[in-house]
Write a protein that binds this ligand. Sequence first.
Ligand SMILES: C[S@@+](CC[C@H](N)C(=O)[O-])C[C@H]1O[C@@H](n2cnc3c(N)ncnc32)[C@H](O)[C@@H]1O
Length: 208
Amino acid sequence: MYDQRGMSIRPSSRRPAASSSIRRSSRTGAAAQHGRRLAAHAAALIPRTDEPYFVVEIGPGTGAVTDAIQARLPRNGTLIAVERCPLMVEHLHRTRPWLDVIPGDAADLPEILRRYGLSQPNLIISGLPWSLWNAEQQTRTLVALTGSLLPDGVLGAALDACPRPAPADVRFRRQLHQRFQHVRGERLIWLSAPPARWYVAAHPLLDV
Ligand SMILES: C[S@@+](CC[C@H](N)C(=O)[O-])C[C@H]1O[C@@H](n2cnc3c(N)ncnc32)[C@H](O)[C@@H]1O
């Protein structure tokens, strides 16, 4: 993929080797199980359509969810991934040469889309660790994602589902309801640790 200036999004091919910890984590059964279930929820959000359909995956990590999204992508579909960790970017470049990975921060998504001449996405799939973030980071990132989506766009995000949710989880759920017209929490995904709940938020509200 090329940006408006005709520059390749992919950085230099002289990249360092990915760390063994990434290789190990992408092979563990637990991670694979977790990934498979989240991946199924994420991929199910992509409609069967002949229209152009643009998906941004934020925080793809090892790429477990990415593969399911790619497999479900319609003929006129486009997928890009935005990942902050350089080791993960390197891992994704090496293991998934077909994937356009942009190194960057989710909170800069509007600027990233502008820089590469990309349109507003129909769907954003978040692998982001919302539960670990303070209010400021949650808000800044969610505002960036809602401001990037099409008016009828959809955000899919996983969140820890502990019996007594952490304040960060409660805050994030509240923000989803404030910033989207429709929010749906789906079934628990038990095999993740801790169990996760998959959230689908549609129609971003921009004047919040
Ligand atoms: C829980 S992992 C992703 C899980 C992924 N679905 C998988 O199967 O590996 C979270 C990922 O989000 C990335 N990340 C965290 N904060 C980010 C941010 N602000 N912008 C972009 N990526 C971020 C991390 O580097 C990590 O790769």
